[in-house]
Write a protein that binds this ligand. Structure first.
Ligand code: DOR
Ligand code: ZN
Length: 469
């Protein structure tokens, strides 16, 4: 019996449906094919059948003509601050932001406190997350001690994160040079899980910073000069050489933080390294954004003018593989300190709830094709993680879905977002396309920006744990 309602999403299940049901007539976006209007049958949290619009009618039918259906986004890189800095973000607030923003799987970095450098600490963190997350979640192992990696893999870590740069909060995770990284890479390759690297050359960047401070520089552009400077670019060069020479699968964290030159280096190496991937944040600042006004809020990833266009081109042409937020909530007060002294400000900003909406806007305004939108936000991240049941709308996959209205628009209002820090660098931006519902395993977890509880998120084990959830 078709559901007819003025509100097309009113009929979506808000608790797990035992019986089959059919989502009829959405335009399904896919990384592999052009969008098509189809029916999708969902049984027990998974996609059980797909067929031409109007041909499938298993169980209850929810008609959603005119709406887009996307796989829920998979964010490879978030910092939810739990445990350790729960005044900035918690499992509840961070995953609520994800759910409201159409992200159905978050992968949390090991720079929580205590830093996740051992299997015991991994187990402690994992236990603390249980039953609290509104979306599915995976956890990265900290890549410092090669002896600890197998233990964390057995506990279900999704992969390993290596830090070649340090700051308060990840000092114990620090690998000062490529020699320290080599041992981790070796074991990591044996385990066969995903390996993410935060490239950097701490000594060179420190020296560069001291030199700029000596010259009286305290402005945001000086901080950017270091981030895009010879320390980080030299380290990137060395890591790219390793990827090319060894063929080891490597994923580069926040390539976009290192500026346009980093994109050139990466693009040059990529054809020789088939398992090399990189993520960018959404290059979303308005044309002509004022670096002095907004710079500290979005540091270290800042895109303006030509640079913004270049990164969009790289996302569209496949040079860059994935969109990740590096969701790094810091308080407004901490960020405001940058007006006096840009060096005093921690890097990063909250972005989980705006990431897919910004990317969807980029699609609707013609800067990203439907295929690339889905590849960047869901399908390629799932492939990097080896999670073949996620990131695609296909028979057998988890029904982690986003229903969106391409004809609507909305304005980002930071007071309505869920991140605990309560601000967004994108406050006031009007975006095309409106996310109407996020489904996790076939059940609604967010509706028009409101969270529908209880917390249904599950822990997703890496491909090297004992199978995946
Ligand atoms: O800017 C950043 N902030 N980059 C990182 O990788 C870490 C993050 C944080 O945790 O604040
Ligand atoms: Zn990060």
């Amino acid at each position: 019996m078709p559901m007819t309602s003025a509100d097309p999403i009113a009929g979506l299940p808000e608790s797990p449906a035992r019986d089959p049901w059919t989502l009829r007539g959405a335009r399904v976006l896919s990384a592999e094919t052009v969008p098509a209007v189809v029916d999708v049958v969902i049984v027990d949290g998974r996609i059980a059948a797909m067929g031409a619009a109007g041909t499938l009618d298993a169980g209850r039918i929810v008609e959603v003509p005119g709406l887009d259906l996307l796989p829920g986004a998979i964010d490879l890189h978030v910092h939810l601050r739990d445990p350790g800095q729960t005044h900035k973000e918690t499992v509840e607030t961070g995953t609520a932001a994800a759910a409201a923003g159409g992200t159905t799987l978050v992968c949390d970095m090991p720079s929580t406190a205590p830093q996740v450098t051992t299997a015991a600490r991994f187990a402690h963190k994992l236990a603390g997350w249980q039953g609290r997350a509104f979306v599915d979640h995976a956890l990265w192992a900290g890549g410092r001690d090669p002896m600890e990696l197998r233990g964390m893999a057995a506990l279900g870590a999704v992969g390993v994160k290596i830090y070649m740069a340090t700051s308060p909060g990840f000092d114990e995770l620090f690998s000062p040079d490529v020699d320290a990284v080599a041992g981790v890479l070796e074991v990591s390759a044996e385990i066969g899980w995903a390996t993410v690297i935060h490239v950097g050359d701490q000594a060179a960047s420190d020296a560069h910073r001291e030199q700029l401070i000596g010259a009286g520089r305290r402005d945001p552009r000086a901080v950017l000069e270091v981030g895009r400077g010879p320390g980080n670019l030299g380290a990137l060069d060395r890591v790219l050489d390793i990827a090319v020479a060894t063929g080891t699968p490597l994923h580069l964290a926040h390539l976009s933080a290192y500026g346009d030159r980093a994109l050139d280096l990466f693009a040059a190496a990529k054809p020789s390294a088939p398992f090399l991937t990189a993520e960018s944040c959404v290059p979303a600042l308005d044309e002509g954004a004022d670096l002095d006004r907004l710079g500290m809020m979005v540091m270290p990833t800042v895109f303006t003018g030509d640079s913004r266009d270049r990164w969009f081109a790289a996302l569209q042409d496949g040079t860059v593989d994935a969109i990740a937020t590096d969701h790094a909530p810091h308080t407004r007060v901490e960020k405001a300190a940058g007006i006096e002294d840009a060096w005093a400000v921690p890097g990063g900003y909250p972005a989980l709830e705006t990431s897919l909406p910004l990317a969807y806007d980029a699609h609707l305004t013609g800067r990203l094709s439907a295929q690339r939108l889905v590849a960047l936000t869901a399908t390629t991240p799932a492939r990097i993680l080896g999670l073949h049941h996620k990131g695609r709308i296909t028979v057998g996959a988890d029904a982690d879905l986003v229903l969106a209205d391409p004809s609507a628009s909305w304005t980002v209002d930071e007071s309505r977002l869920h991140s605990l820090v309560g601000w967004s660098p994108f406050h006031g931006r009007t975006l095309r396309g409106r996310l109407l519902a996020t489904l996790l395993g076939g059940t609604v977890v967010a509706r028009c920006g409101d969270i529908i509880g209880p917390a249904r998120g599950r822990f997703v084990r890496g491909r090297n744990g004992e199978g995946s959830a």
